[in-house]
Design a protein around this ligand. Structure first.
Ligand SMILES: NC(=O)C1=CN([C@@H]2O[C@H](COP(=O)(O)OP(=O)(O)OC[C@H]3O[C@@H](n4cnc5c(N)ncnc54)[C@H](O)[C@@H]3O)[C@@H](O)[C@H]2O)C=CC1
Ligand SMILES: O=C([O-])C1=[NH+]CCC1
Length: 314
């Protein structure tokens, strides 16, 4: 007899089981620590394979991982398009396949877009909790797309900023953002205006050349650099990269995929998982950059969380 056919868990169901990104925090913290523990951590995760779709300005990323601690095996397939031809289609679309690690059977196909939005924001929140200066008051978000919303949600849930600012390349999108979220947001006319005096900055744009410059940054600020996931794409300039303490999710991925790291030649101080484990210090008094590229194991623990909640009929 063959195994049961896989279940499909669509975006609405994923959202229902993962209504707050903060539900993922314990699993993500553990996964980051395990990833940065080498073989002892039990995470098998190659640097993702990215296939360029030259003719259409797009990319297909294939992101497999196995986590022994979670006994969970997944692969995410994610497409991201630099030049969207049709604005009704999101720039990033994803699907996660969840396998039974005991025998390799496919158990579930999950929408991966909600998972990608929420696990990325939750990892930035983990970095921020560890690296931001004490008494941080001003949060600045550069970009007003999907990741801007998920970052806003978890950052305002976990931290108490006195002021939130947003800048986007097209101001209408920033205004729409400010009018849609539950709380006051200051729309800024330039990235420099938004960043000046900010304690925590999140860059979530599709920029391919720098939009954030070192001489705008308040000393001691913390930056979550979430965009620019290609080796020739930038969000941050050389000055910021070189004059900050640089944390990454994966050293191997950063040295393969991050234009900000590769082209600036900035030295990596630590993986975030090493700080979570306590084997590297956080240095919150310094200006810090967390260069996030997104890791497959983050999708693994998020998909398992959703699948387990769905299976339990929650
Ligand atoms: N580190 C990670 O784990 C992940 C990173 N990402 C990255 O985060 C970034 C944001 O993703 P989404 O919010 O899903 O994308 P989105 O397409 O929903 O939003 C992108 C935003 O960037 C702005 N933008 C586009 N081109 C720009 C340019 N040249 N300069 C400045 N702004 C520009 C757009 O107006 C839009 O507000 C992307 O770079 C994406 O690849 C996405 C998923 C996971
Ligand atoms: O981790 C992820 O899913 C992605 N990182 C950059 C584009 C998509």
């Amino acid at each position: 007899m063959g195994s049961a056919p896989p279940v499909f868990i669509g975006a609405e169901e994923v959202e229902k089981h993962l209504h707050r990104a903060s539900l993922l925090l314990p699993a993500l913290e553990a996964a980051l620590g395990n990833f940065s523990s080498g073989a002892a951590g039990g995470v098998a995760q190659p640097v993702r394979t990215v296939v360029p779709v030259h003719r259409h300005g797009g990319f297909l990323g294939v992101m497999p991982a196995y986590s022994a601690a979670d006994d969970a095996l997944t692969t995410k397939l994610v497409t991201f398009y630099e030049h969207k031809k049709d604005s009704s289609v999101p720039s990033h679309q994803a699907t996660v396949l969840l396998f039974d690690p005991r025998n390799g059977s496919l158990k579930a196909v999950l929408d991966g877009s909600v998972i990608t939005a929420k696990r990325t924001a939750a990892v930035s929140a983990i970095a921020t909790k560890l690296l931001m200066p004490p008494f941080a008051e001003v949060l600045c978000i550069l970009g007003a797309g999907v990741q801007a919303y998920s970052h806003y949600d978890i950052f305002t849930e976990l931290f108490t900023f006195k002021e939130v600012r947003i800048w986007n390349r097209t101001k209408e999108k920033a205004v729409k953002f400010a009018n849609s979220v539950n709380g006051p947001v200051q729309v800024c006319s330039s990235a420099q205006e938004a960043v000046t005096g900010a304690d925590v900055v999140v860059t979530v744009t599709m920029a391919t050349t720098p939009i954030l410059f070192g001489d705008w940054i308040k000393p001691g600020a913390h930056i979550n650099a979430v965009g620019a996931s290609r080796p020739d794409w930038r969000e941050l300039d050389d000055e910021l990269m070189k004059n900050s303490v640089l944390f990454v999710d994966s050293r191997d991925a950063a040295l393969t995929e991050s234009g900000d790291v590769i082209l600036s030649g900035a030295e990596i101080f630590a993986e975030l998982g090493e700080v979570v484990k306590g084997t590297k210090p956080a240095l919150p008094e310094k200006t810090t950059v967390f260069k996030s590229l997104g890791m497959a194991v983050e999708d693994t623990v998020a998909a398992k969380f959703v699948y387990d909640s769905w299976s339990a009929g929650n």
